[in-house]
Each structure stands twice: as C-alpha cells, then as structure tokens.
Design a protein around this ligand. Structure first.
Ligand code: MEV
Length: 492
C-alpha cells in the first residue's frame, strides 16, 4: 500500500442532450479545465479525516467504523459516501485523511460533486495499488452519485474520468471519446445557482403527466445529438451551431429556460454566435455560445451586456490523473533480460506497460556508524509517493551508464557527490514495472541538500531500529526498498 497520493479531475460542460440523457438517450459532454484536487493520506489510527476548506469543511473526523453513518454534513457527503462504497467493494484496513482543493468555484455548476467522488475513488484505488480501469472507476463513482442525489445520468462522472469530449448514453451504456482538439466555446454564467436534482425531478413529473409530448422532445433532442456528434467529428462548426440552436428550442419547450439564460443566449446570437444554448439542467448556471475565428470577444461582451459573467475556460481537457512532478516524457532505456538495449521509451510508457523492462540505479547511503539513510519520497512522485526508500533511486537515461545515473540522482535528490561502490545488479519485478536495478553504496554523514520535489524527509536508521519502525508503521516501504534492504543484508 502507498501512504499518500494526490489526484485531480476536471469539471464538465454539457454540449447537447441534457435531460434526454437521463432517459436512455445520448448526450455530448466536454471536460473543462477547472480541476478538483484531492490528496489522500493513509493514517495509522482507524479514522476518517476530511479537510476541505473550499467547501467549508475543516478537519471533520469520525472513526472509520462509522463511515457513511450518522449525520453527514452535506459538503462532506460525496467524499464520505465514496469512501464507504470503496471500502465495501475493495476493503481498506487503515485510516484515511483527505484534503481537497478546487480550482473552480462551485457556483458555476461545472460538477465539483462528481469530480470529488471520482478523485476519492481514484485516490483510494491508487493507495491500494489496484490499477482500477476507467469502467471500474465509473461504476463505483456513479453508484455514489446516485446514492447522494438520487438522480443523474452519470455524464459528469464520465467526463471527469475520461476527460476530452464524449458521446455518452445514460448510466454509461455507451461512452465514446470524440477525437477533437478544442471547441470554440464562449461560456456565460448567469449568476443564478440552479438546483439540478429539483429540475430533473420536475421533468420526471412532466414526463409522467405528458409522456407522449416529452418523449417526442427527447427523441428530437437525441437526433440532434447524433447529428451534432458527426458535425463535431468533422469540425463542422456551422452545422454544430445550428444543432445547438435547435437543441435550445427543445429545452425551452421542456420549460427549463430562464429569462436570464434567454437574454444571454439571444445577445450572443445577435453578436454572431454560430449557435448558443443553456448547458446543464437549466434555470440558471451557465450557457454556451459557439464563436467563429473572429467574434469571440464580441460574444463575450454580449454575454456581459446581458448581465452574465464571461467565464474563460479551456474545454476538451485531460480526465482524472495522478498529480506528479515527474517528467512523463523522460526517455528510459528499455532492455531484454540480458540487459541488452532494445529501444528508448518514455517514463509514462515504462510505468504503464510492465513488458518494457528498463534500467534503473539506486544508491544506499551509510554513515560511518553503519546506519542507513532512509528517505521519504515526496507525495508528487508517480510511483511510490509518500513511501520510504533506501536511499536514492532513479532511472538510467538514454546515453547514460548505470553509475552516471546513480551519481546524477544522488546530486539531484540530496545534493551530494561521492565515490560509489557497485554492490549488486538484479532484476526487480512488481505489479507496476520491471527493472534491471544496479545498486551502489556510499559512505556519507551529511549534510544533505534535499530536493522537495523528490524527498519529503530523511532519517539515518540503525539495523536494530528498523524492524520496530516497520512494525509501528512509521516506515512504509516503496515497492523496491524492501528488496534493496534484503540485497544489502539490512533486512532478512
Ligand atoms: C445536468 O447538468 C444535466 C442533466 O441532464 C442531468 C443529468 O444528466 O444527470 C439535466
């Protein structure tokens, strides 16, 4: 188990198909660059602690056995229910502290609830090193959304997970990424918070009273979504704009428009928008308007003149991800079992495909009393975040020897230079990666110049003290630390 991980997930904007998508019809949704960040830390005590100052939750805590039970503050519900559902499905034997931060205000309706649920499930899966697939993340997150708010198609959950722009059918029956660079969208916020759950329930009531009329509207919206999908794929913005306008007319027929939305939409259309509509449940929140290459600023001005706020935000962005300071493009040396170079591949590829066996180096630092320097890896490492290593470790880069890589890492991580002695070279294989590891040793008493992107803290530990620290869970090893310590005869 890892001890700490930070993940983030984007918000969403509905492009076409809202409301119909609650009833087995498709919609088009894009992920937006207003991310929700969540750090999960493993605790020794069996407690759940939530610190979410953006949501007004300061150090809310309860015993892990009480998770999901009793009175739960509304703003803590998403995270707490997601943890409860995760534990039920996958189990989790330790306490958990969650800290969250949002790069967007909840007021816009970009879907911070679903992003926070997705982040919670993703983070716990990473701590347990489960390698959950997008579909597994979706299933547990969507279950949690339904438990929290009773209704919802799950389109927002899918956008947070897959990112990009999606063709989505209710409850994830179909989730198809649409390959596209960006969408020329202006976004206008009405200043009015809409209550999605209430509006979805009102539409359900209307559907019961007037099934034929409402179903006809949904079917027409669904046809527009199909045409819109094709237009999106062909980057035919003129047609896409027309379909947006038609979609808006049907949303008016459903009765979910508001005066403010109508004003902002007609002002943008008059300013030359190719198409404009409300986005989401309606009644408030945001509208979207498609611009051509020249008229973005005119449309934004029109939105402001109609009393709205123009929100500058990127669309079609990356889905849920682990936040790391490691350069994913760094090139590693891929080798066969006899350490013969086969090719060069990126860190990302090597850490996502175990068949890419690559070279790495490690150096164990001892002081002159024979104690080993243990380091706690920073929480932003892509593998083994927050776990303990002995001591410095890194990957061999293109055109570099094992020894040169070990020396470079020692300097980058701890600011030291030294005479390294090769101790052993062995194959290291775990669930994430496969490496040929060269292990060096060096004697050095300090001081150390710690690089915070790599290391949180360091401590010399004697051979006799190590077992107690492991038992007390003061030290949780990185996947490869235990093997290094065994190689060194420091651990049996
Ligand atoms: C709300 O943003 C979109 C709706 O279609 C509800 C949903 O799909 O969950 C109205």
């Amino acid at each position: 188990m890892l001890t700490q991980v930070t993940v983030s997930a984007p918000g969403k904007l509905m492009l076409m198909g809202e409301h119909a998508v609650v009833y087995d019809f498709p919609c088009l949704v894009t992920a937006v660059d207003s991310r929700f960040y969540l750090t999960a830390k493993v605790l020794i005590e069996p407690k759940f602690i939530l610190h979410a100052p953006d949501l007004g939750i300061i150090d809310y805590q309860k015993p892990l056995s009480q998770i999901g039970l009793g009175d739960i503050p509304d703003q803590a519900k998403c995270t707490e229910l997601a943890i409860k559902n995760f534990i039920k499905k996958y189990s989790f034997s330790r306490g958990i502290k969650i800290e969250t931060k949002s790069s967007f205000s909840q007021k816009y309706g970009f879907g911070s609830s679903s992003a926070s649920i997705v982040c919670t499930v993703k983070a716990l899966g990473e701590l347990k090193q489960l390698k959950l697939s997008n579909q597994e993340l979706f299933d547990l997150s969507y279950q949690t959304v339904l438990e929290k708010q009773g209704v919802g198609s799950g389109f927002d959950v899918a956008a947070s997970i897959w990112g990009g722009t999606l063709y989505f059918v209710t409850a994830g029956k179909k989730i198809e990424p649409i390959k596209i660079d960006s969408i020329p969208l202006c976004i206008g916020y009405t200043g009015v918070k809409s209550n999605t759950t209430q509006i979805v329930k009102e539409i359900a009531k209307k559907k019961q009273e007037f099934p034929d009329n409402i179903n006809k509207i949904f079917e027409s919206i669904s046809q527009l979504v199909e045409s819109g999908k094709k237009a999106l794929m062909e980057k035919d913005w003129v047609s896409f704009g027309k379909f947006m306008n038609f979609n808006q007319n049907y949303l008016e027929d459903l009765g979910v428009n508001s005066e403010k939305l109508a004003d902002m939409i007609s002002h943008s259309q008059k300013a030359g928008s190719l198409g404009a509509k409300l986005s989401g449940a309606g009644g408030g929140d945001c509208m979207i308007a498609l611009y051509n290459t020249q008229n973005k600023s005119q449309i934004e001005e029109a939105i402001v003149q109609a009393g709205g706020e123009a929100v500058n935000i990127k669309t079609n962005v990356e889905g849920v991800r682990i936040e790391t300071t490691d350069n994913q493009k760094e090139m590693f040396v891929v080798v066969d079992k006899d350490d013969k170079i086969l090719e060069y591949r990126s860190r990302y590829d090597c850490h996502h495909d175990k068949t890419l066996r690559h070279r790495s180096s490690g150096t164990a630092i001892f002081n002159d009393q024979g104690e080993i320097l243990m380091i706690k890896r920073s929480s932003t490492k892509d593998l083994g975040a927050g776990t303990w290593d002995a001591t410095s470790a890194g990957h061999v880069q293109k055109n570099e020897t094992y020894e040169a890589a070990a020396k470079r890492e020692l300097f980058e991580e701890l600011g030291i230079k030294g005479n390294l002695k090769l101790h052993s070279k062995y194959l290291f294989d775990d669930y994430n990666e496969s490496e040929i590891q060269a292990l060096y040793t060096v004697i050095y008493n300090g001081p150390f110049n710690i690089n915070p992107e790599e290391i949180e803290t360091v401590e010399f530990v004697s051979k006799s003290k190590l077992p107690r620290k492991i038992l007390n869970k003061e030290i949780i090893f990185s996947p490869w630390a235990e093997r290094n310590l065994q190689e060194l005869g420091y651990l049996t």
